[in-house]
Design a protein around this ligand. Sequence first.
Ligand SMILES: Cc1cc2nc3c(=O)[nH]c(=O)nc-3n(C[C@H](O)[C@H](O)[C@H](O)COP(=O)(O)OP(=O)(O)OC[C@H]3O[C@@H](n4cnc5c(N)ncnc54)[C@H](O)[C@@H]3O)c2cc1C
Length: 355
Amino acid sequence: MRLADHTTSRVGGTAEHWVTATSEAAAIEAIRLADENHTPLLVLGGGSNTLMADAGFPGTVVQLAFAGMKKTEAADGVTVRMAAGQDWDGAVAWTVAQGLSGLEALSGIPGSAGATPVQNVGAYGADVSQSLVSVRAWDRRAGSVVELTNAELGFGYRDSVIKQSLAPAEGATTPRWVVLSVDFRLRATGTAAPVRYAQLARALGVQEGDTAPLALVRDEVLSLRAGKGMVLDAEDHDTWSTGSFFTNPIVPETLRSRLPEGAPAFRAGEGLVKLSAAWLIEHAGFGKGYGLGEAERHLAQGRASLSTKHTLAVTNRGEASTEDLLAIARTVRDGVERTWGVRLHPEPVLVGCAL
Ligand SMILES: Cc1cc2nc3c(=O)[nH]c(=O)nc-3n(C[C@H](O)[C@H](O)[C@H](O)COP(=O)(O)OP(=O)(O)OC[C@H]3O[C@@H](n4cnc5c(N)ncnc54)[C@H](O)[C@@H]3O)c2cc1C
């Protein structure tokens, strides 16, 4: 099986062994078998946050392909359980159509519901930790199905204990816990959760902290995302990516003095600030479409570049290899470090390759 056919960057070699798991039981069986045989294992949802090596994967890839949603009334709202393989944006659209508030700002994010807790998926001032109650997961170490509550998942910015159990440097490509289903607690109000993102508030014509009709929030988020190449579109190479290639760096406040006035910086805990990776990239001389210009064409021969709509996405222009994408990413990372003294770290999971 060509991994390039199962990743949104459309790169990656062949999987030695491929399992399409259409039920929880089939997924657990395939994972257990691989672990018992000490076979390298990669659990895959939509492949939208995974960068696969050109050499492929020398082991078993288990694609979680079981979908479904179930709604139950709860004392303080409505619980929606999503199966791990459920398409995330389809699920968000469904909750909005049901008048359920909580996930609307997370519209348009590709991938599966089961992967959302892994990096605490977030956008436009929201993240899944704000409405996730618990997950059911296969614990590969214990060999049993366990429930992990929101508190136990230790959510942070693009982080959770599930993510922390993934140590690519040590060769781990799949976390200790494989999420089987996710429970969200939503509110049946018909209006969106308070808008927590200035650009979205402006687009909606409301103040930050105000609310707006659910469907309108979804539409505005989709339209803002599409303008940045952040909604999948087979015709648009700017979307052949893993979304943001770098996380926003969280650095000691003292580093802020290296940046000019006006550089975005947000408080991120005691003595820490979160900087904008997109700003750092752009102001280190890497503009939109970097990689396509004559001066930098040697990097990937025009096969890969920063998105022409957003400097955070490293994109496949049609014929790119993983190494092409990495060549662009490496140059950008090193240039940002030279200019600002801040090292950027990749957001996607790198499987069999390194930056
Ligand atoms: C155009 C574009 C825009 C994006 N925008 C955003 C955004 O706004 N915000 C954001 O946070 N992310 C964004 N992303 C990244 C990505 O969509 C999310 O991280 C998404 O949740 C990944 O889901 P997936 O099913 O594709 O994961 P995959 O790429 O299949 O897997 C990612 C990692 O999670 C593991 N994994 C997958 N499923 C499970 C499971 N059930 N249990 C345990 N581990 C699992 C895999 O082993 C792998 O290590 C974007 C990506 C693209 C391409």
